[in-house]
Design a protein around this ligand. Structure first.
Ligand code: ARG
Length: 467
């Protein structure tokens, strides 16, 4: 490890140091390469802080104005690509503050009165995360609308429903889509809930204990759109559970998308052939000309892994940290940013892909005819004729074994054949053995009957309008 030549350290905190930072340490401890994306939040926080300092009589009006317009210039420079970020200045906060002082002179050095980078960074992340949650909510809403449209389009389309990936009972495709709607709705609620705990202002907590200046924390909280100032300065500078919570909510979203993706991958395979994914969401193979690979759902399924990993990284990062701020906390950003980027992109892909999915209705229908999907309906029929359910189960089991032997489906058996298994069976059995009869009979809230699916879609649309 080598030190850079200069004897004196010119950094913002360099006063008590007699030798400059080791060049390796400088690079190792810097965060600007990734935290520069907090620049908007950082400037917004500084403008609110300066505004409050003036109201509290700590800055003059002129000083406040110089600081604010200097910060606005810096924001334009960053946005037009004319700002030079320096690793020597460690992070986004010190890069911007140094640039301010370079621009407006000594007044720039007054901005940091009554605050610390510890409450500054905690404020910045909360501001950033709050905006990101709003973006996530907007995209999630688009995905939900796409799911509802697909459910409405296919409310009567019959497919086999599975348990253990074995044919279980016939369901409607619309019903299957509404299951996804419910999962996404809970994802939405989790984000709304998390947002409430994010929207609290740590600003004014300073390094850890608060500050001796007559600051007005209510004012900065209000200027930044936070619900209120946080209660405890030690907690405020060190807490990152809002990030863990968001990361958990994002992990659950990705877990849901991975399940959704898995089904899209299966359903688009030629052995199922239930759906066609739009070509623009698939890729070909360089060697096998027939291939159309469902890359987008596969990748989303795969990307769930990194998001779960980030949740574990954040939990481990915070585990056993003593109060209050520790440098460990700087490690919160990359997992959090990557989580947000990944989830936003995955949801965006879903919002675009779902409306273009084509259902191969005939294939789903004939798949539902395989695998004795109406066996439960036959058992229920016998129960309604007075047979105890366990006996009915036995009778139907024997009928299914007979069908397998004869290579027939239940509805292909003649009345005579069916009657070998129970004298209670009569002509009316054939309506319960049809797929349409089977799905329409499940006619209660949460059931797969097309009328129930349509009612669920109406309620869901109402719910989305209210939120
Ligand atoms: N870059 C730091 C972080 O991301 C900012 C806060 C640093 N505070 C300190 N006292 N070193 O956490």
């Amino acid at each position: 490890m080598s030190n850079s030549g200069d004897k004196k350290d010119s950094r913002l905190w360099g006063g008590r140091f007699s030798e400059p930072t080791d060049a390796f340490v400088e690079r190792f401890t810097a965060s600007v390469s990734f935290d520069k994306r907090l620049y908007q939040a950082d400037i917004k926080g500084s403008v609110a802080h300066a505004t409050m300092l003036e109201k509290a009589g700590i800055l003059t009006k002129d000083e406040m104005q110089q600081i604010i317009s200097g910060l606005e210039d810096i924001q334009s420079e960053i946005e037009s690509g004319n700002f030079t970020w320096s690793e020597k200045l460690e992070d986004v906060h010190m890069n911007i503050e140094s640039a301010l002082t370079a621009k407006i002179g000594n007044t720039g050095k007054k901005l940091h009165t009554g605050r610390s980078r510890n409450d500054q960074v905690a404020t910045d992340i909360r501001l950033y995360v709050r905006d990101e949650i709003d973006l996530l909510l907007a995209i999630l809403n688009k995905v939900q609308l796409a799911v509802l449209d697909l459910a409405a389009r296919e409310a009567e389309t019959i497919m086999p429903g599975f348990t253990h990936l074995q044919t279980a009972q016939p369901i409607t495709f619309g019903h299957h889509m509404m299951a996804w709607f419910e999962m996404l709705q809970r994802d939405m609620q989790r984000l709304h809930d998390c947002r409430k705990r994010v929207n609290i202002s740590p600003l004014g907590s300073a390094a850890l204990a608060g500050t001796t200046y007559p600051i007005d924390r209510e004012l900065t909280a209000k200027l930044l759109g936070f619900e209120k100032p946080s209660e405890n300065s030690l907690d405020s500078v060190s807490d990152r559970d809002f990030a863990i919570e968001l990361s958990a909510a994002c992990s659950i979203i990705m877990m849901h998308l991975s399940r959704f993706s898995e089904e899209l991958v299966l359903w688009s395979a030629s052995q199922f052939n239930f759906i066609q994914l739009p070509d623009r969401f698939c890729t070909g193979s360089s060697i096998m000309p027939q291939k159309k690979n469902p890359d987008v759902p596969e990748l989303i399924r795969g990307k769930s892994g990194r998001v779960f990993g980030h949740l574990m990284a954040l939990l481990t990062l915070m585990k056993s940290q003593p109060l209050a701020y520790n440098k460990d906390n700087q490690e919160d950003k990359e997992p959090l940013f990557d989580t947000l980027d990944t989830v936003k992109d995955s949801l965006k892909a879903y919002a675009d892909m779902l409306p273009a999915i084509i259902c191969n209705k005939d294939i789903m229908q004939s798949a539902a005819l395989q695998g004795f999907a109406t066996a439960t309906d036959l058992a229920d029929y016998l129960v309604k004729k007075g047979m105890p359910f366990r006996d009915a189960h036995e009778v139907v089991g024997k009928s299914v074994a007979y069908c397998i032997e004869k290579k027939k489906t239940l509805s292909e058996l003649s009345l005579k054949e069916l009657q070998q298994f129970s004298g209670s069976i009569s002509e009316d059995v054939f309506t319960v053995l049809t797929l349409e009869g089977s799905v329409s009979a499940r006619d209660h809230i949460g059931g797969t009957a097309p009328s129930q699916v349509k009612a669920a879609i109406t309620r869901a649309r109402q719910l989305l309008k209210q939120q």
